[in-house]
Design a protein around this ligand. Structure first.
Ligand code: PLP
Length: 423
């Protein structure tokens, strides 16, 4: 029977059961953290061979470039060749950078604000700047906007992309809308996968701003959780076909392929945008960490090498996703006390609890030693208008900890729901 069908008496019974379970939970003195989507130590161990690469004897790449020295702003060709087919970005239009794609996103925004893009009449920072933010979304995208005073306009994100009616209407009308955040594959946190049809609309839609950009953050391009290994969409070709070759900035990294703290990041776009990016980048650095590029190229070897490694990641993390799924269905399914996503890849599950209770659930969990990402964090300005969304990041903790945390979380969801219904 669903929560909404329960009588007040039945609700009161359920509440006392959950209160007892919650008191027991608090008594356990747990210390569990499901906040950030980090790879677990076992996943990091998969790439320990990197620690001994490229080796003392190896100081040059295939072309004879000394990787220890300055230069090579676009990054080592070997590593770009491996990721080009995976990201569907031609090698010559792909830049390999340092350890964080977030830093490239930060820099492209700063360059656009201070210098303008190649299609801008003046720097973005000369007037108001707005970004469309499909929600729920990635909190650090929104934090970048906040940092630079970019106004965020939320649009609903469905399983295969954002509300296109809203997006096309907004961008057609308002020349201050300069960008949209997109995580096309296994979006953080819902697991949404943009369809080719949605993507086509996004790259062809007329925009009032001539310098509108899609920030296509393909952080989870190869992070499949099932046999269905959805390939990346060739968004740059679609944009070029549509007559807007400069519309898309592609970002990615090996943060969740090799080492989160010392991977390789990527930027891809039209040749003209890549030249624009490299021109500004060359003022910022005399070249990226090419030793890291080389050791990654030697370790990963080929696109198939990356695919193989990702299957090993999948073996470690998919049982944790399955645990979350089975505990949530067992504890909350029949009562219809919450709904959640069933991602086919990526790092997160997005949980929607009873409207108006997410903040309370996270607070109850915290008091019981289960730290969840703050309620509302997947929304611009941290404001979830319905106060119902909670992001679950199950990859880092050990399976037993994932179980304990999700079981405890389910207790908090039910307790908060009964509190609300009986208030
Ligand atoms: N983009 C998305 C969608 C993410 O979820 C994350 C990490 O959680 C990042 C980017 C961070 O990437 P990087 O480590 O390359 O900065």
């Amino acid at each position: 029977m669903s929560l909404s069908d329960l009588s007040r008496e039945q609700l009161a019974d359920l509440q006392s059961q959950q209160r007892a379970a919650y008191d027991e939970l608090v008594g356990k003195g747990l210390k569990l953290d499901l906040t950030r989507g980090k790879p677990s130590p076992a996943q990091l161990d998969l790439s320990n061979a990197l620690l001994a690469l490229p080796g003392e004897e190896t100081t040059t790449d295939a072309a004879g470039t000394d990787v220890r020295n300055y230069g090579g702003t676009q990054g080592l060709p070997e590593i770009r060749e491996i990721f080009s087919p995976l990201l569907k970005v031609p090698v010559e239009q792909l830049v390999a950078g340092d350890n964080a794609s977030l830093a490239i996103m930060h820099d492209t925004i700063v360059y656009a604000l201070l210098k303008g893009t190649i299609d801008s009449e003046r720097p973005w920072g000369g007037g108001p700047v707005k970004f469309l933010c499909p929600t729920p979304g990635y909190d650090r995208h929104f934090a970048l906007c906040e940092q630079f005073g970019i106004e965020m306009i939320p649009v609903d994100l469905g399983p295969d992309g954002p509300d296109l009616e809203a997006v096309t209407r907004l961008v057609a009308d308002d020349a201050d809308i300069k960008g949209i955040w997109i995580v096309p594959t296994y979006a953080n946190p819902t697991g949404a996968v943009y369809s080719e049809e949605v993507t086509r609309t996004l790259v062809t839609m007329p925009t009032a701003a001539p310098d509108f950009r899609m920030f296509w953050d393909n952080a989870y391009a190869v992070h499949h959780l099932t046999d269905e290994e959805t390939p990346a969409i060739d968004v740059l070709a679609l944009a070029a076909e549509a007559g807007y070759p400069n519309r898309v900035f592609v970002f990615a990294s090996t943060s969740k392929i090799t080492f989160a703290g010392s991977g390789v990041s990527f930027f891809g776009s039209s040749r003209a945008n890549v030249d624009w990016y490299l021109k500004h980048l060359s003022k910022r650095t005399i070249g990226p960490d090419k030793v890291n590029h080389l050791r990654h190229a030697r370790y990963l070897k080929s696109p198939d090498g990356v695919r193989e490694l990702m299957r090993k990641h999948r073996e470690i993390i998919s049982p944790k996703f399955a645990l979350v799924e089975s505990i949530l269905s067992e504890r909350l399914g029949d009562l219809e006390a919450a709904s959640w996503t069933h991602p086919h890849g990526g790092y997160f599950i997005s949980l929607d609890v009873m409207e108006g209770t997410a903040t309370r659930v996270v607070e109850l969990a915290k008091q019981a030693g289960i730290v969840m990402t703050g309620a509302g964090s997947a929304f611009p300005y941290g404001r979830d208008p319905q106060d119902r969304n909670i992001r679950i990041a199950p990859t880092f903790p050990a399976p037993a900890e994932v179980s304990a945390a999700i079981d405890g979380l389910a207790t908090c969801v039910l307790l908060a729901a009964t509190e609300k219904l009986l208030a």
